[in-house]
Each structure stands twice: as structure tokens, then as C-alpha cells.
Write a protein that binds this ligand. Structure first.
Ligand code: AMP
Ligand code: ZN
Length: 112
């Protein structure tokens, strides 16, 4: 298996977990770009937003159900940003669908 996030799901690579259930894992980014930087992923391998289909989109809905709880548990009462980079122009570096939760300070208005 070559997908680093699948290896994190399997426990082959350690992570600092923020949330886990049967379908979803959230863990702290190894190179945080804000005081709180958490990645939320489906346990099933989906390469990117481009790989979301009618067959697998339920887990994406579940991720968005859980994001407010994960953010609240991380202390992000004053707001946060959710980002998913898709493809080379967006600088996606890990080809396993993930949503960045960024917060813990006032973020810049610029998104790109
Ligand atoms: P992206 O550039 O949107 O594909 O985001 C990939 C993110 O994964 C980056 O923010 C990396 O810092 C993060 N990352 C890569 N490897 C690990 C790891 N082993 N544990 C936690 N975060 C990681
Ligand atoms: Zn994967």
C-alpha cells in the first residue's frame, strides 16, 4: 500500500488523532499552518474531491456532520476554515481525500 493516509488509517504510520469512528479519521497535520490544523479523511480511499461519486458521497456528508464537533472540541469557537485541495493547481500533495480544518487565530482574507 503506498497511500500515506491509508497507512495512517491502518496504524502503520502514527498520527495524533482528534476524532475517529468507523468511517472517518481526524488527525493533526504534521506541518501545521495555523495554531489548529486538523485533517479529516474518509477511511475508504478516495483520491480527491474529483473522486466523489453518488456511490461514495455519504461519507463526505458524514465528514461535514462531524467537522463542527471536531472544531468545537479543538476550541475553535471563534470560527475556522475548511479547505480541500484538489489536483496540481491546488497543490494537493496527498492523493487521499482530506479536508483541512484551520483556525485558532484570525486567518487572512486571502484564500488563494
Ligand atoms: P494537501 O497539500 O492539501 O494534499 O495536504 C496534505 C497535508 O498532509 C499537508 O498539510 C501535510 O502537512 C499533511 N501531512 C503529510 N503527511 C502527514 C502525516 N504523516 N501526518 C500528518 N499530516 C501529514
Ligand atoms: Zn488512501
Amino acid at each position: 500500500m503506498s497511500c500515506i493516509f491509508c497507512m495512517i488509517v491502518d496504524g502503520a504510520i502514527p498520527s495524533k488523532k482528534a476524532y475517529e469512528d468507523d468511517e472517518i479519521l481526524a488527525f493533526h497535520d504534521i506541518n501545521p499552518q495555523a495554531p489548529v490544523h486538523i485533517l479529516v479523511i474518509p477511511k475508504v480511499h478516495i483520491p480527491s474531491v474529483d473522486g466523489v461519486t453518488a456511490e461514495n458521497s455519504a461519507v463526505v456528508a458524514r465528514i461535514f456532520e462531524k467537522i463542527p464537533q471536531i472544531a468545537a472540541a479543538a476550541g475553535l469557537a471563534n470560527g475556522y476554515r475548511v479547505i480541500s485541495n484538489c489536483g496540481p493547481d491546488a497543490c494537493q500533495t496527498v492523493p487521499h481525500l482530506h479536508f483541512h480544518i484551520l483556525g485558532g487565530r484570525a486567518l487572512t482574507e486571502q484564500m488563494a
